[in-house]
Design a binder for this molecule. Structure first.
Ligand code: FHN
Length: 592
């Protein structure tokens, strides 16, 4: 159990392979990556023998992701292999999958050619343990998917678990210790030379992948990662390769199940499940809604990344109906607003209280998640020569009323001035066309008219000798700037902000603090309001928890500040602060 957790931690948080190595900066990368960075949105498909048990073995639910049932159930190879005899997904259609991806607005599809259970979902000559030789289905799923994608103009990527293989006696990583208990005597190079490398060669010679998506490089050594790279570069030189090839040989990073903080300097692709599991699980109904998928996609793209969204088809080759419904709903939004996603770059105007921003030369796409109640959208701290402002959904591009107001641009968004069919209740995109440079003043945050505003360490003025902020390199949701060395009472961080209308705000703080500082105190104050807080043990300076610490009333003002100050320190550093969030309290929620 300890080995399993350690291995996964090391992969997910990139401790093993994480060095910038050949990872490409967001602003300068080889031409062969252009399709990928323009595409922004892809479909991940986990499909294999594990779709048959779908999370259950002999009637009992096996905890954990369904594609891990062999590992979590410690199912011997002799009992797992016979699943192949049952695998006959007659309703499978590579074209149907590709068509759904295109209808959803996705530009590429990544399919599990071989997952950690070792079963090849293509016609492999290297191992008979594959869908053509070992099943009654006898059809080459990968070949059919390749032609379906070609027909639909969708780029195709192959997922391949090169380090872990629970079918093989010599494979390491998180290895099969129930059939092959003596891990110490295993030589993973035998597995690489006999199976993984020759299969990768098959995949890049008998097929035409645009991307290779490796996974979990926990025990692979640099020379072995390099061998995979050289094989791909020899036969498919333009292929895009993710970072999980290991040892820094990939093109981009792959945060899993989270969206990194803004400011990533290298290309990244956030991969996420549409429900909670990658492979099909008959009882996993925890689906993300279409709006959530759109918010995630826009959030990732506004930070310069790609979004790879996963579906696990059932044993017949069908996507769960609910997944199809959600993807088609996302597709409706993408059909109208795709221009604000594809071929864009990250927000040049920071985070926005009402939503997010994506950009193209001469164009800013403001994604309005929270439509301003007062019909006035404030674009904070943005100064440029505006040529036109319009709603993207409005084909006539009718110019909206806008004006420069000090440091801001105000746009009139009177709902009644829009054709109802052009508005949606998820994300309405306002396009601002401009010429010349954009001058962006990030010093003062504008407090939200609908959305919470995050106060981040890197935007604060610090008073105190030791207190500082550092960049937390971890590849998880804590990645980003945090404070450290808050060891003197009185030391504080101050942020400037503006507020266009009086309002109540809940104060939420995300921090990490160990047992020994339990009971230390701090205060957060703004405009004669003050709230005190007592530090709780979150499990350590790098184990971040979010706490709601109170509610504050703030008056409209053109310039004010929010500060957090250490009051009483038990020992060491008060905390590692990740962010403070002010969340507007809707008027109707206020009970006095
Ligand atoms: O263990 C796998 C998991 O099954 C799935 O394939 C994900 C996809 O990113 N990768 C591993 C967990 O990190």
């Amino acid at each position: 159990m300890k080995k399993l957790l350690l291995s996964i931690m090391m992969v997910l948080f990139g401790a093993i392979h994480f060095s910038y190595g050949q990872l490409n900066p967001v602003d300068s990368f080889p031409e062969r990556l252009k399709w990928f960075t323009d595409a922004k949105f892809g479909l991940f498909v986990h499909w294999g023998l594990y779709a048959i048990p779908a999370g259950y073995w002999h009637g009992s639910a096996i905890p954990g992701p369904s594609e891990w049932i062999m590992y979590n159930g410690k199912i011997p190879v002799k009992d797992y292999e016979p699943l192949a005899k049952e695998f006959n997904p007659t309703e499978f259609s590579g074209e149907k999958w590709a068509a759904l991806a295109r209808e959803t607005g996705m530009k590429y599809l990544v399919f599990t050619a071989k997952h950690c259970d070792g079963f090849a979902m293509y016609d492999s000559k290297i191992s008979d343990y594959n869908v053509v030789s070992a099943t009654p289905f006898r059809r080459d799923v990968l070949k059919e998917l390749e032609s379906g994608c070609q027909k639909e103009g969708i780029k195709l990527g192959f997922y391949y678990s090169h380090n872990w293989d629970w079918h093989e006696s010599q494979a390491l990583g998180l290895d099969n210790t129930w059939d092959f208990p003596d891990s110490k005597s295993k030589n993973q190079n035998i597995y690489f030379q006999k199976k993984a490398l020759p299969q990768i060669k098959e995949l890049v010679t008998n097929y035409r992948p645009d991307l290779i998506w490796f996974d979990v490089p926990t025990t692979i050594e640099p020379a072995q990662s390099k061998a995979f790279l050289d094989t791909i570069r020899k036969y498919r030189p333009a292929s895009v390769i993710n970072d999980r090839i290991g040892n820094g040989f990939g093109d981009y990073l792959t945060p899993e199940q989270y969206i990194p903080a803004a400011g990533s300097k290298v290309l990244f692709e956030s991969c996420m499940t549409l429900n909670d599991t990658w492979g099909y699980n008959v009882s996993d109904w925890n689906w993300k809604s279409a709006p959530t998928v759109i918010y995630n996609l826009v959030d990732v793209v506004s930070k310069g990344g790609n979004y790879l969204l996963n579906v696990g088809p059932d044993e017949n080759g069908n996507f769960p109906e609910e997944a199809v419904r959600i993807l088609k709903e996302v597709g409706k939004w993408m059909k109208v607003n795709g221009e604000s996603i594809y071929e864009t770059s990250s927000s040049p105007v920071g985070q926005l209280p009402f939503g997010a921003c994506t950009a193209k030369p001469g164009k800013l796409y403001f994604h309005v998640f929270h439509w301003p109640e007062n019909g006035l959208l404030t674009l904070p701290g943005i100064n440029c020569k505006v040529k036109n402002v319009y709603l993207l959904a409005d084909h006539k591009k009718k110019t909206l009323d806008w004006q420069n107001a000090g440091k801001d641009i105000l746009v009139k968004l009177k709902t009644q001035s829009f054709a109802a069919e052009n508005l949606n209740n998820v994300d309405n995109v306002i396009v601002l066309e401009y010429s010349g440079p954009i001058v962006y003043d990030s010093t003062e945050l504008l407090l939200g008219e609908g959305a919470a505003t995050s106060f981040l360490p890197q935007n604060a003025r610090i008073s105190g000798d030791s207190l500082k902020y550092i960049f937390n390199e971890k590849w998880d949701e804590t990645r980003g700037y945090i404070t450290s060395n808050w060891s003197v009472a009185g030391d504080k961080m101050v942020w400037d902000y503006r507020l266009s209308a009086d309002g109540w705000f809940n104060i939420e703080i995300t921090y990490g603090a160990p047992e020994e500082v339990l009971g230390s105190t701090f205060k957060i104050s703004s405009a004669r309001n003050e709230i005190s807080g007592t530090i709780e043990n979150t499990g350590g300076y790098y184990s971040f928890k979010t706490k709601m610490i109170g509610r504050i009333h703030l008056q409209a003002n053109s310039s004010a500040n929010l500060e957090i100050q250490a009051v009483q320190l038990k020992s060491g550093s008060l905390l590692n602060l990740k962010q403070i969030r002010l969340i507007p309290v809707p008027k109707q929620a206020l009970v006095f």
